[in-house]
Design a protein around this ligand. Structure first.
Ligand code: TRP
Length: 371
């Protein structure tokens, strides 16, 4: 039995990302690719330097096309089943970076239909409500309103449906069974849904009347969706969508990704700084039982959730990050202080994000696609 599981609905255990790349048949982002990207971006984003975005499909191809003058658009999304947490922001922050570097349009799918179909207890009204709530967090990441199109599947169904049925016609039940593990007990909406998530890989090309390459930055758990999408693409006369995959930010507990189902180990974007502080002060660390022991033997940043937060988001300077690591290992850094510093940074981030989130309320209609 594998010690970890990664599917679009479940991430369990300690993920071995190199193994996952082999299992999924994607490629690691290598030094040559990073070098190429560095040229365009004038440096490497922290998420690339640290291997947080670590895997891809056809990203080299997208860059070659770009070099030849063929611009791509970005596609990403969110399943609106609850409030946004910090982990959700990682791919969005990176997508915003890509939008800036490549001057790319972004199509952002809110799969309220998916969450309604897959979550027994979630009503359609609540799922669509979360679409609008979560869209505020997306907008707060700073996307360009002239180039960013957010849509609810339920409300943009007319446009999506035309492309989705073209995709669906080429995907058999046995394929989605093999890819997603569907069984005869699945409701029939879930079986059709992969065609809806595939549609934004193509419909912008349909809307513009020409074939445009598509790049999808997303967490690696979404990869299964892109396999049938890529298989179908040439049959419909489209380019295969390319992907950039990221890892999961861990929760504040011991192991496991950040998950809204464990609110005490999860920092929501709407948490008050005091609430986030309380969660951080209770976090699982790599510290020793006593301060004395910590000073003598040092801590273990490798297993520490607090260190992971510096690594993923809250210490951009690589040298300073290394210093944190060293100080911890040497026993010069005590968990209580380390948590307090993190809590201050997270608090500042939240205040700023919440301010932008409030402002987003007055411009949300400029971002939403309707048909
Ligand atoms: N299925 C995704 C989720 O549950 C939402 C989603 C739709 C998505 N389209 C996407 C995520 C494209 C990343 C990229 O969160």
């Amino acid at each position: 039995m594998p010690r970890f599981v990664v599917t679009p609905w479940e991430v369990k255990g300690k993920v071995d990302y190199e193994k996952l790349v082999k299992q999924f048949g994607t490629k690691l982002i290598d030094a040559a690719l990073l070098k190429k990207l560095e040229r365009y971006a004038g440096g490497l984003h922290m998420f690339l330097r640290r291997g947080i975005f670590f895997s891809h499909r056809d990203f080299d191809w997208i860059l070659n096309m770009y070099e030849k003058g063929e611009k791509f658009y970005l596609y990403t999304g969110r399943g609106p089943s609850g409030y946004t947490h910090i982990g959700h922001l990682i791919p969005w922050i990176f997508t915003k970076h890509l939008q800036d570097v490549f001057d790319a349009e972004l199509y952002f799918q809110m799969t309220d239909d998916e969450k309604f179909l897959f979550k027994r207890e979630l009503s359609l009204k609540d799922a669509t409500g979360f679409t609008y709530d979560n869209a505020l967090d997306v907008i707060a990441c700073g996307f360009d309103p002239r180039k960013t199109f957010i849509f609810s599947d339920v409300e943009y169904a007319k446009t999506l449906y035309r492309t989705a049925i073209q995709v669906a016609k080429h995907i058999t039940f046995s394929t989605v069974k093999a890819v997603f593990g569907f069984t005869n007990e699945n409701n029939i909406g879930t079986i059709f849904f992969p065609a809806i998530q595939a549609a934004p890989c193509f419909f912008p090309s349909v809307l513009k009347g020409k074939n445009i390459p598509c790049l999808i930055p997303a967490a690696i758990d979404q990869d299964p969706y892109w396999r049938p999408s890529r298989d179908v693409a040439p049959k419909l006369g489209f380019y295969k969508p390319a992907q950039l995959h990221c890892k999961f930010i861990p929760g504040l507990g011991e192991g496991g990704k950040m998950s809204a189902s464990q609110p005490e180990t999860c920092i929501f974007t709407t948490d008050k700084p005091e609430v986030a502080k309380r969660k951080i002060m209770n976090a699982f660390t790599g510290g020793r039982a006593t301060i004395k022991e910590q000073r003598e033997k040092g801590g273990n940043p490798e297993v520490c959730s607090v260190y992971q937060y510096y690594y993923f988001m809250f210490e951009e300077d690589d040298e300073k990050l290394e210093e944190i690591y060293r100080e911890c290992k040497n026993g010069d850094r005590i968990c209580g202080d380390c948590k307090k510093i993190l809590a201050e940074r997270v608090g500042r981030f939240l205040v700023d994000h919440q301010r932008k989130r409030e402002k987003a309320k007055s411009v949300i209609q400029d971002f939403m696609l309707k048909d």
